[in-house]
Design a binder for this molecule. Structure first.
Ligand code: ADP
Length: 620
């Protein structure tokens, strides 16, 4: 018999080190993980028997057996699933599949240290066997009928693989229990763990020869017969989770397609917690047979946070995973289910707005992603997005329907403005005119928000318009701002020559200088010339350049000036009396307006200029 010795991949070593050396209250987890691996292997086997002609050991029933030895202190789990070849043993049980990025591993290590039950969510469940075992042996023979092998390790650095005769198809994991884990050789203990975590496994689990689970597909049962507890347990089972779901949608349809779906929204969003992109969490079944686990096709990508199952009798049983991708029926299913889910969320948002806001805080980012990437569901998503506004409370964002309901019927457009915070927006120049005319304006705080709104384009026939655009038309009934006709007021000719002079003075900075019809108090503000990059886009670019240590002055913008503002009025005199100084003031006004727009200026130059201006003020 040939035996080979292999080192674990460095990342795996680190993980094993944590698993072996931590103290556990949640050691039960290892049973759940091993059962779940066996169930996966059996699902794959069931699928193979449908699609492949030749299967080794085709007569053995698909099932899981658990056997215990109290004297020798061993826990043994056997499945008749697809098994593993030599190469598969080496790579599947020696490396970590998703270990592409370094941060993934750091996060993983942190998470497992804090709460080892998270191990399954990272796709490294097998290694949990070392929470209970000193030595773990895996005997496996692939469904292709090739030579069987035994994998063996004590979890410290290396493992061996040895040829082994007499194996049936499938995998047997033998865990030699640590002293502190001897209880896992006791039937009552193991039975209670199975009942708690693995009740929904869709293959028989035999404990010492006795079947301990009822194999059932919960989603095909009548809603009225399913208890809350069963639903929650099922969620924990499919999501490999420990929390409770916040929303649940269980529905069935006969036309246009036969669908049975059970979808859950989890409580936590692992993606924003820094764990990297989550895998889709909904499994696709056909007549209770798993066709595609963590299916990428059954829901759009931006619903990857959902967990659950979709079962459709209309799908051909022997469909291959590759052909799911461009299968017209799958596309139809996706559309029906997505629309149904979004409708359900809209109903929930109306019924229990507080709960919906909680959801929005955690998962809203996915709906934003959907609105920017998927035209198909824009109408539905537009109803579900939430933003704060000049008429909302802080932290109580509103929907576009709320805005529409409050809006003056004459108003043609829905306005929004982006800024880093409520405070920053409200103290800036953009909202002055809206405040004065009592027109509601949405506040967007993330750069993606403006992409969302510009992608949507309109809501119920009302255009969505950013208030920092140069082409903003004033809402009907809004007053145009006119300078008071006092003795210091600038006449038309003076205004004209001030604008001409400013255009020259700011030649290198501004795209254009315009007399504002909307500023109330502030001397000036920046607006985005038509067809140019928006301020939001510019902020995103600036951020990424800053991260790379590259200075990034924003591109040229339009400067709107307020002819009623005293500073602007005195500038008209100053440009005649002391042109150099007037030019410095003009530049400072431009830079100030840029800062209020959240855009980058050359700060060194600005500070020096600012001191020169202050110096002059101090001489007075
Ligand atoms: P995950 O199951 O989340 O992929 P694991 O660390 O639990 O991660 O397992 C790694 C891989 O080892 C699995 O993806 C699977 O390919 C293989 N494997 C584990 N247990 C079994 C089993 N009982 N039968 C067949 N293959 C298995």
């Amino acid at each position: 018999m040939t035996t080979t010795t292999h080192e674990f991949q460095a990342e795996t070593k680190k993980l094993l080190d944590i698993v072996i050396n931590s103290l556990y209250t949640e050691r039960d987890v290892f049973i759940r993980e091993l059962i779940s691996n066996s169930a996966d292997a059996l699902e794959k086997m069931r699928h193979e028997t449908l699609t492949s002609e030749e299967v080794f050991d085709s007569h053995v029933p698909l099932e899981i057996s658990i056997d215990l030895d109290e004297k020798d202190h061993t826990f043994t789990i056997t499945d008749t699933g697809i098994g593993m070849t030599r190469e598969e043993l080496e790579s599947n049980l020696g490396t970590i599949a998703h270990s592409g990025s370094n941060t993934y591993l750091v996060e993983l290590a942190e998470a497992v240290k804090k709460d080892v039950s998270l191990i399954g969510q990272f796709g490294v469940g097998f290694y949990a066997a070392f929470m209970a075992g000193t030595i773990v042996r895996v005997q496996s023979r692939s469904w292709d009928g090739s030579q069987g092998h035994e994998w063996k390790s004590d979890g410290s650095g290396s493992f061996t693989i040895t040829e082994m005769e007499g194996l049936h198809r499938g995998t047997r994991v033998i865990v030699e229990l640590k002293e502190e884990a001897h209880q896992y050789a006791q039937k009552w203990k193991v039975e209670s763990v199975i009942k708690q975590y693995s009740a929904f496994v869709s293959f028989p689990i035999k404990l010492e020869g006795e079947k301990v689970n009822t194999v059932q597909a919960l989603w095909t049962r009548n809603k009225s017969e399913i208890s809350e507890e069963e639903y929650t347990e099922f969620y924990k089972f499919v999501a490999n989770a420990f929390d409770e779901p916040t929303y649940r949608l269980h529905f069935s349809a006969d036309a246009p397609l036969a669908i049975n779906a059970l979808l859950f929204v989890p409580k936590e969003n692992f993606e924003v917690m820094g764990f990297g992109r989550v895998d889709p969490g909904v499994n696709l079944y056909c007549q209770r047979i798993l066709i595609d686990q963590h299916s990428e096709n059954i829901l759009p990508e931006w619903l990857r946070f959902l967990k659950g199952v979709v079962d459709s009798e209309d799908l051909p049983l022997n469909i291959s995973r590759q052909s799911l991708q461009d299968n017209a029926l799958v596309a139809k299913l996706r559309k029906v289910i997505t629309k149904r889910f979004l409708k359900y969320m809209d109903e929930q948002a109306t019924k229990e707005p507080e709960n919906y806001l909680e959801f929005w805080k955690t998962f809203g980012i996915y709906f934003k992603e959907g609105a920017t990437s998927d035209y198909e569901f824009q109408k539905e998503l537009a109803k579900l997005i939430r933003f704060e506004s000049s008429k909302s409370e802080k932290d109580k964002p509103i929907g576009l329907a709320d805005y529409l309901g409050r809006m003056n019927p004459d108003q043609e457009e829905i306005y929004y403005i982006n800024g880093p915070s409520r405070n920053a927006i409200e103290s800036g120049p953009y909202v002055e005119m809206f405040r004065k005319n009592d027109i509601e304006i949405l506040y967007t705080y993330e750069p993606i928000d403006d992409f969302v709104l510009s992608h949507l384009g309109e809501y119920e026939g009302k255009k969505l318009v950013s208030a920092d655009g140069a082409d903003l038309s004033l809402p009907k009934g809004a007053e145009e701002q006119e300078p008071a006709k006092d003795e210091k007021a600038l006449d038309e000719k003076q205004q004209e020559s001030l604008v001409d002079w400013l255009k020259k003075a700011l030649e290198n900075k501004a795209a254009d200088v315009i007399v504002s019809k909307r500023l109330v108090d502030a001397p000036a503000m920046i607006v985005n010339p038509d067809g140019h990059m928006s301020s939001s886009m510019e902020r995103v670019i600036a951020m990424s350049r800053q991260e790379k240590g590259m200075a990034a002055e924003a591109s040229k913008k339009n400067l709107e000036i307020n002819m009623a503002n005293p500073l602007i009025k005195s500038l008209a005199n100053l440009m005649q009396e002391d042109e150099d100084f007037a030019r410095e003031m003009a530049m400072q006004i431009y830079d100030n307006a840029m800062i209020q727009a959240g855009l980058l200026v050359n700060h060194l130059e600005m500070v020096e200029r600012n001191y020169r201006i202050l110096g002059r003020a101090a001489q007075r």
